[in-house]
Design a protein around this ligand. Structure first.
Ligand SMILES: C[S@@+](CC[C@H](N)C(=O)[O-])C[C@H]1O[C@@H](n2cnc3c(N)ncnc32)[C@H](O)[C@@H]1O
Length: 311
């Protein structure tokens, strides 16, 4: 059994939640659209389980999409470029990180961004008001070794090659062609972490527009899943989506809050997953909600989940 590769270290990745999210997929998907792709955790996990025939992934952070384009077409040269950067940092890792960050801010570059993501604090992109990548290096480590990175890049290539397309730009453009035979999975920036002066994303997120676009998807009969708000204990983050949309919300257990654990408390974190009406009513989901008793998976679902462990 093969593990699901995860080549791009990315804060906010849905890698650990992917098995729970995949439980809510329809049994047949022509194209899986992931327009807020980040590290593509859901597309990779879905590809590993053959849950969609083709994939369209997109992100408004263009150099991130460049990483995906190179993974799809030529992962070896990306691995070699990453190895070059990783090796060149040895003499003075901190100063070298600064040089790569300057070069990235001046000219972009997929390998540079991959290196910065592997080396920066919490693998988290941060941007200045002017849009420059300004996250600091994590000086306790040098980032994923070239050998490990190459293995992950090649494995992701194997999973997606010939059946995935990567497009830079706004989510609305990326999902423009989606049909009722497809599935759109969306993991937009959380409200409250991306509006105003928040530096987690390179642009702010227009929530009212997003809600309107969900209405359009509903009118077009396109099935969709959205990861959005959540809570840690009783503390919620991000407002819920409007009830008028008629979506079904389940809570997925995302684990224990490390912040709370540090202060001696045991507080669990849950993330909301919203599903469009067709997904909810056609009985295509297992509803692994915390509100339900521990589910026993039925035959086909169990086989599907057992095929590939997520690591
Ligand atoms: C929460 S992250 C997605 C993480 C992803 N699910 C994963 O597993 O790694 C949100 C992503 O949306 C992108 N983004 C923000 N605004 C966007 C927009 N208007 N259109 C497309 N992508 C956008 C950000 O660059 C970021 O990569």
């Amino acid at each position: 059994m093969r593990a699901v590769p995860h080549p791009i270290p990315y804060q906010g990745s849905k890698r650990l939640l992917a098995p729970l999210i995949l439980e809510h997929f329809p049994t047949q998907v022509d194209t899986l659209y992931e327009p807020f792709v980040g590290s593509a955790a859901i597309s990779l996990a879905a590809a590993g389980r053959s849950l969609a025939a083709t994939f369209r992934i997109g992100d408004s952070l263009a150099p991130l999409v460049d990483i995906w384009k190179r993974i799809l077409t030529d992962p070896e040269t990306l691995a070699a470029d990453y190895a070059c950067l990783w090796g060149a940092q040895q003499a003075d890792p901190r100063a070298f990180y600064g040089e790569v960050r300057d070069a990235y801010n001046a000219d972009g570059g997929a390998a540079r961004l991959l290196y910065l993501l592997a080396r920066c604090v919490k693998n988290a992109v941060r941007f200045s008001n002017a849009g420059a990548f300004n996250q600091s290096p994590d000086n306790r480590r040098l980032g994923r070794t070239p050998a490990r990175m190459r293995r992950a890049l090649l494995a992701a290539h194997e999973l997606l090659r010939g059946r995935a397309q990567a497009v830079p730009g706004d989510y609305a453009d990326a999902i423009h062609d989606a049909t009722p035979d497809d599935l759109v999975y969306m993991d937009p920036p959380y409200q409250g972490t991306s509006g105003g002066g928040d530096s987690r994303y390179h642009r702010s997120f227009d929530r009212p527009r997003f809600v309107r676009d969900l209405g359009t998807l509903l009118d077009r009969g396109v099935p969709f899943l959205i990861s959005l708000d959540g809570r840690t204990g009783a503390k919620t983050y991000g407002p819920a989506l409007p009830a008028e949309l008629g979506l079904t919300r389940v809570e997925l257990h995302a684990g224990r809050s490390s912040q709370a654990t540090l202060s001696g408390r045991r507080t669990e974190t849950y993330e909301s997953l919203y599903m469009s009406p067709t997904l909810a009513t056609e009985g295509m989901s297992l509803r692994r909600s915390i509100h339900e008793a521990a589910p026993r998976l039925s035959g086909s679902r169990r086989r599907r989940r057992d095929m590939l462990p997520d690591v």
